[in-house]
Design a protein around this ligand. Structure first.
Ligand code: ADP
Length: 191
């Protein structure tokens, strides 16, 4: 199995690059943002609770996303590997993921961390907001709250994986194909 974490701030291109990576490397894509939005679309109790927090730019509770990931791992016993996108987002989620993967006897191989300037991030999110229908992408104060959550809670996740030397920084600026080529090269080295 080959398990990869695609890491980076909101707007860094994780979703876009994930689509290309899973197609080329045949991994199962696990995006907690997509899983949550699917719960919202189905108007489940979990989705309605999560939406309140997401609309404020805040993270949803660790237990909620860890449970979603646990279920998704169980639903994919044939996977050649997983691409985690937008997860883990806190140190507690990273610890929980290690435990879940230990049961499967398959560790996280690498964390590819997309590096994008803050100015470029806000530009990209507002542009995405014009077409995505995502309410958290249209308001600059919500975007700022998401960036703050990232700095306060999520950056620690990179420190967690740095301890086991698993973090590789990749420039997330340039064309989609250029960035994909950089990510692919790092994956090929390790697969
Ligand atoms: P982005 O990274 O561009 O902000 P996502 O789709 O990954 O977009 O996440 C959207 C929102 O969903 C986040 O702002 C947060 O509220 C919630 N969310 C997604 N993943 C997690 C997670 N692992 N832990 C807590 N909240 C999450």
């Amino acid at each position: 199995m080959f398990n990869l974490i695609l890491f980076g701030p909101p707007g860094s291109g994780k979703g876009t690059q994930s689509e290309k990576i899973i197609e080329r490397f045949h991994l199962v894509h696990l995006s907690t943002g997509d899983l949550l939005r699917s719960q919202i679309a189905q108007q489940t109790a979990l989705g309605l609770e999560a939406k309140k927090l997401m609309d404020k730019g805040q993270l949803v509770p660790d237990e909620v996303v860890v449970e979603m990931i646990s279920t998704a791992l169980e639903e994919n016993p044939q996977a050649k590997g997983f691409l985690f996108d937008g997860f883990p987002r806190t140190a507690a989620q990273a610890q929980a993921l290690d435990i879940l993967l230990e049961i499967k006897r398959t560790p996280v191989k690498v964390m590819l961390a997309l590096d994008v300037s803050e100015e470029e991030l806000v530009k990209r999110i507002l542009k995405r907001g014009q077409s995505s229908g995502r309410s958290d992408d249209t308001d600059e104060t919500i975007i700022a709250a998401r960036v703050a959550e990232y700095k306060n809670k999520t950056e620690a996740v990179a420190d967690y994986y740095r301890k086991s030397d698993k973090v590789v920084m990749v420039s997330g600026e340039g064309s989609i194909d250029e960035i994909f080529a950089r990510l692919s090269a790092e994956i090929e080295k390790r697969m």
